[in-house]
Design a protein. Structure first.
Length: 722
């Protein structure tokens, strides 16, 4: 993919005519010597993000109790993925002898050591929060997570029966002896390390019992009372090892390298190559972490370490129960008073018939105006999903083209594409089967789409297709017309209720022509280079954004309005970061709204004192990527799929699309206004890499919850529309 041609652009958008050709910045700015310590370490920055998640689990003022328990589970799930991917990759570099320091100046071994030390602190705090805060407070509200010795006699009797009838038949004890080698321990499984003794010979033997994931992690005893499955199994080991004496048992859990590496020869073989790699991932992946309960016998621990080839520094001793992801199950408890208030997304007013409150004709609505969607506040089902479903059902629609990165297991989007193909429409599905941890599901959907007549392609060799695009081609009296959706999130109805994202529905012929050419480039042999309203990675986004940052410097020097506002999940890219440092040095205000990783150091005298970094976390996962430039008083604004990371800008197909409607530009500007208002709850990044929570005022009253503000605003909009 060639670089974006910014000369063919149009007003008001990221790729607008109001943005000049690449500018020459002043000598002072161009020659600014940037300090070598200007970058924070990205891995430690990620751990700081997960600490903010842990902050939500501790927030008694703003977060209901069961939601706090869920944030503990999210913290645990996040940490698992971090170790499976980032720490695993770091260990690979260390093993390969890579001795190149990171941009933060740390060597790979130093980063690994720092990660382990910081993780130990975070895991200890997670355990403290669970045992000292969440568990006792749940008990006060009649929800008890108990250990075996806390059960009543009657409850133990019921668990005895349950074990015999439902648990025992699915267990498989594996002994270790000369004829049975140490068993393979699957990643993230909960296991019991058991030491048994032959009462006749006195010989001791190790055995492993895997806690089955097909059963509930927390077993209900009675209303509001639960016991961990592994506790029940541990108390009945004598039934598994009849005739032997159980000397001791200890719970443990292994995290393994789960990243997928596929050599891409061509797209035709990619499906088979990935299937083989997924099979290989199930076995032979080296451990990166060992978790054990803190009362484990030292000799048993040494045996586990030796057999699993885990270093002492990679062992984490924590109070049981292990794997607090099990707390996700508590969200199913029907206790509305302990959860966030129920929220029902509303249909965007420009996509509904006000008098009947029915969904409007999508194509008729989009002929009148562009529609800027903000999920989950605006319903995904009555906007994006309806857009595709109506296209599938409309006899005037000739073709549908769609990218699919992650989607749900029962996706109505996939069903609509199949329906369209079976009706004779041309359907192109660009399926990214390499989406991490969703590979198996995406392979299944790719095969199903192919079987029903859809044209399925897997994008460009060497690149992940991460952009969020949908295009409909319709035969209308005045000729063929294209309709397009450009989004920041996946076409997944389930996550659309949990993730904050934005999307643009438009029939603007300039944008739709751009998207049409991009689809041709992705599915065929086109060498497209001309995009008027899009910035497209891997070649166009970094250069395009740096041009716009430099333009703000020029405007500042000319006394014109200048400013930069960016909202992303992660900001790591050094070239963009350095451009932002130079803008700050030139006096340009820079506001960075970052959910996760940020390696920029704000507030450094003489360099970044004009940079502010905020993070907002809450009931919805902040996921949209927004780009706003003051542009001399005529803001240039875009939304897209790209984070500011090497993988997004260099190894993925990403798109940032222009927002040209003045009301939409204002709406996005107002989001930044609220996010950076001193009365809004947020975390603020400090120069040393620490984040300070600003969630309550001096009197201890909660600051404004931005997501609650938007919920209420959309609810009022729904009421006023009736």
């Amino acid at each position: 993919m060639e670089a974006v041609d910014t000369a063919r652009t149009s007003p008001q958008g990221v790729g607008s005519d109001s943005t000049p050709d690449p500018v020459e910045v002043g000598d002072e700015t161009r020659l600014l010597e940037l300090p070598t310590d200007r970058f924070l370490d990205r891995e430690l920055s990620w751990l700081a993000f997960n600490n903010r998640v842990l902050d939500l689990a501790k927030d008694r003022v703003r977060v209901p109790l069961l939601e706090r328990a869920k944030f503990l589970a999210i913290f645990a799930s996040n940490l698992d993925e971090f170790y499976m991917v980032r720490v695993a990759g770091l260990k690979r570099r260390i093993a390969a002898g890579v001795a190149v320091p990171t941009v933060s100046g740390l060597m790979p071994r130093e980063v690994h050591s720092a990660i382990l030390n910081r993780t130990r602190e975070l895991v200890a705090e997670q355990a403290r929060v669970f045992h000292a805060e969440i568990r006792p407070e749940l008990a006060e509200h009649g929800i008890e997570i108990l250990r075996w010795d806390e059960l009543t006699v009657e409850e133990k009797d019921r668990m005895d029966d349950l074990f015999t009838e439902r648990i025992f038949p699915v267990l498989t004890p594996l002994a270790v002896d000369p004829s049975h080698p140490f068993p393979y321990i699957s990643g993230l499984s909960i296991n019991l390390a058991v030491l048994v003794k032959n009462p006749e010979t006195g010989a001791r033997q190790f055995a492993r019992v895997k806690v089955p994931s097909v059963l509930s992690r927390f077993l209900p005893l009675s209303e509001g009372r639960y016991v961990a499955l592994e506790d029940v199994i541990a108390q009945h080991l004598d039934q598994l090892f009849s005739g032997m004496q159980v000397v001791g048992q200890h719970t443990f859990r292994v995290t393994r390298n789960e990243d997928v590496e596929v050599e891409e020869d061509d797209a035709e073989n990619l499906l088979l190559a990935l299937e083989k790699e997924l099979l290989r991932r199930k076995v032979g992946r080296p451990p990166v972490r060992l978790e054990v309960e803190d009362d484990i016998d030292p000799k048993m621990l040494e045996l586990l370490r030796s057999e699993l080839d885990v270093k002492e520094t990679e062992v984490f001793l924590v109070p049981g129960p292990l794997d607090l992801r099990g707390l996700f199950a508590l969200t199913e408890i029907d206790r509305a008073e302990l959860k966030y208030p129920a929220f029902l997304p509303s249909t965007h007013p420009h996509l509904s018939e006000v008098e009947t409150a029915k969904p409007a004709d999508m194509f008729a609505a989009l002929k009148q105006r562009d529609v800027l969607l903000h999920h989950p506040y605006d319903s995904f089902a009555t906007s994006v999903q309806r857009f595709i479903e109506q296209a599938a059902d409309d006899p005037q629609v000739l073709a549908i083209k769609q990218t699919l990165y992650r989607t749900s297991g029962d996706s109505p989007i996939v069903d609509a594409l199949i329906e369209a193909a079976e009706a004779g429409k041309q359907v192109l599905a660009l399926v990214e089967i390499k989406a991490r941890f969703d590979e198996q599901a995406n392979i299944a959907w790719a095969r199903r789409l192919e079987q029903h007549g859809c044209h399925v392609v897997y994008g460009l060799v060497g690149l992940k297709t991460h952009c969020k695009l949908s295009m409909v081609v319709r035969d209308e009296p005045e000729g063929l017309r294209r309709y397009v959706h450009i989004g920041t999130g996946n076409y997944n109805p389930k996550t659309a209720r949990l993730y904050e994202d934005m999307g643009l529905l438009t029939a603007n012929p300039i944008i739709t022509e751009d998207v049409g050419r991009l689809f041709n480039h992705l599915s065929g042999m086109s060498k497209e280079t001309q995009y008027r309203r899009l910035l497209v990675a891997p070649h166009g986004i970094r250069t395009g954004l740096i041009e716009r940052i430099n333009h703000e410097i020029t405007n500042r020097e000319a006394g014109l309005p200048a400013g930069i506002r960016i909202k992303v999940n992660s900001l790591v890219d050094e070239a963009i970061s350095d451009a932002l440092y130079r803008a700050s040095h030139a006096g340009v205000p820079v506001d960075l709204w970052v959910r996760g990783i940020c390696t920029i150091r704000p507030g450094m005298p003489g360099l970044s004192e004009n940079i502010r970094v905020r993070s907002i976390l809450g009931r919805f996962l902040e996921h949209s990527r927004l780009f706003w430039f003051a542009n001399g008083g005529n803001p240039s604004v875009g939304i897209g799929s790209a984070d500011m990371m090497h993988r997004n800008l260099d190894r993925r197909v990403e798109v940032i699309g222009s927002i040209t409607n003045r009301d939409h530009v204002t709406e996005i500007g107002e989001l930044f206004d609220v996010a950076f208002d001193k009365g809004t709850a947020s975390w603020k990044l400090q120069p040393d890499g620490s984040w300070v929570a600003y969630t309550v005022d001096a009197e201890g009253k909660p600051l404004l919850d931005m997501q609650e503000l938007l919920i209420n605003a959309k609810s009022r909009r729904r009421v006023s529309a009736k």
